[in-house]
Design a protein around this ligand. Structure first.
Ligand code: HEM
Ligand SMILES: *[C@@H]1O[C@H](CO)[C@@H](O)[C@H](O)[C@H]1NC(C)=O
Ligand SMILES: *[C@@H]1O[C@H](CO)[C@@H](O)[C@H](O)[C@H]1NC(C)=O
Ligand SMILES: CC(=O)N[C@H]1CO[C@H](CO)[C@@H](O)[C@@H]1O
Length: 337
């Protein structure tokens, strides 16, 4: 009597423990996930995003950033792609999304359309985004890293999560380390992933305090910024309050090329965002900046491992998600407008 109820309790505990520890029901992710059901998936995605990148060279940076945002907010589940409707607000309503580039969304939508013709209802939007990011990193000169497949698309998208889950350009290194650490990423992985800022641009408001009113003092500038860059940015951003679309390249030297120049820049005070430059100031992150500035192979190796890990963050499998028919809406149907 006693022993059997104890056994039952133990069994319950074991099962409860297992339910917590094990990944959600469903298959393990593998690069061969579509080899039977949609063998040309990868090639189709590559073709579509390559031609998009040729027509619009800002696509690569946009897709990489959207992928990062997708993964950090509730896992790599295409929740970032869901459009807000008048009935249901999505992540796209978050303040931080307001600058997510339309070209990136367009690239995914086009790839999805092509895939739905080839093998309808098979390839998830989360996998398309993950593969598109890899294709574009490689195309711009970066490493070709493995992308395990089999992500399902989310059944929800929270309009308040992005502002809580994503780093801001005014974060301290301490806050960055805490946020990445909370999600299971080391200091070294934080620095390697920050190398994504070798591509793309940031709007003036993201670094305006560094060039116009550092620490709230009008007219003062961030002393860690190279004065040549400060002068250039002050001129470029002069009208940014009137025209919020004005932006500057994250990597001022080789903006369209995926390379380790971002880290070399930091050594010279040429980081654009406060969070970029502080990786060089802070003793915990500096050694990795040094390493990646001096050794591009080390950067590519570590970036590859870190972004593959990022691509597995919080993924949904089995009944925890679905394969959306279109990337901007759940399959339970568009809500009436
Ligand atoms: C470490 C913390 C990070 C912070 C604080 C941060 C912040 C930002 C900010 C403020 C922008 C400019 C947005 C705009 O003005 O439109 C930006 C752009 C960008 N971020 Fe990050 N980011 C971080 C990490 C990452 C990571 C891990 C990746 C990818 C691996 C990434 C990829 C990008 C890319 C590619 C752009 C350029 C987007 C474009 O040109 O369209 N960022 N980031
Ligand atoms: C950092 O930026 C965010 C978004 O722009 C803003 O809401 C927040 O108040 C800022 N935090 C600090 C400490 O300035
Ligand atoms: C650069 O990094 C790679 C990969 O970690 C390593 O194998 C190589 O020895 C390093 N090169 C130098 C010159 O340190
Ligand atoms: C609320 C909002 O502005 N959402 C935007 C998020 O980004 C996409 C892509 O640029 C826009 O289409 C949304 O309007």
């Amino acid at each position: 009597m006693h022993t059997s109820s104890l056994l039952l309790l133990l069994l319950l505990l074991v099962f409860a423990g297992a339910a917590h520890a094990a990944p959600p029901v469903g298959e393990k992710l593998t690069p061969e996930y579509y080899s039977q059901t949609c063998p040309r998936a990868e090639r189709i995605i590559a073709e579509v995003v390559q031609s998009k990148q040729m027509a619009n060279p800002t696509t690569a940076a946009g897709v990489l950033r959207v992928f990062f945002h997708d993964c950090f907010v509730s896992g790599c589940d295409a929740s970032v792609l869901v459009a807000s409707t008048s009935f249901e607000k999505s992540e796209q309503n978050a303040e931080i999304n307001h600058s997510l580039p339309g070209d990136a969304f367009d690239a995914v939508v086009r790839a999805k359309l092509a895939l739905e013709l080839e093998c309808p209802g098979v390839v998830s939007c989360a996998d398309i985004l993950a593969l598109a990011a890899r294709v574009l990193v490689t195309l711009t000169g970066g490493p070709r890293y493995p992308v395990p497949l089999g992500r399902k698309d989310s059944l929800s998208s929270s309009p308040t999560a992005p502002d809580k889950e994503l780093p801001h350009s005014n974060f301290t290194v301490d806050k960055l380390i805490k946020m990445f650490g909370h999600k299971g990423f080391s200091v070294q992985e934080l620095v390697a992933l920050s190398g994504g800022h070798t591509l793309g641009f940031s709007h003036c408001k993201e670094f305006a305090d560094r060039i116009y009113d550092f620490r709230g003092k009008p007219g003062s500038v961030d002393p860690t910024m190279n004065p040549v860059l400060t002068k250039g940015l002050q001129a470029a951003c002069k009208e940014y309050l009137k025209d919020p679309t004005i932006a500057a390249f994250n990597d001022v030297m080789t903006p369209g090329k995926f390379d380790n120049m971002y880290f070399i820049n930091l050594e010279r005070g040429l980081g654009l965002l406060g969070t970029d430059q502080e990786l060089w100031t802070d003793a915990r992150t500096k050694p990795f900046v040094k390493l990646y500035a001096s050794n591009a192979t080390a950067f590519f190796d570590d970036f590859s491992r870190a972004i593959e890990k990022l691509s597995l963050y919080g993924v949904k499998t089995g009944a925890d998600g679905e394969v959306r028919r279109r990337c901007d809406a759940y399959n339970h149907g568009p809500m009436p407008k």
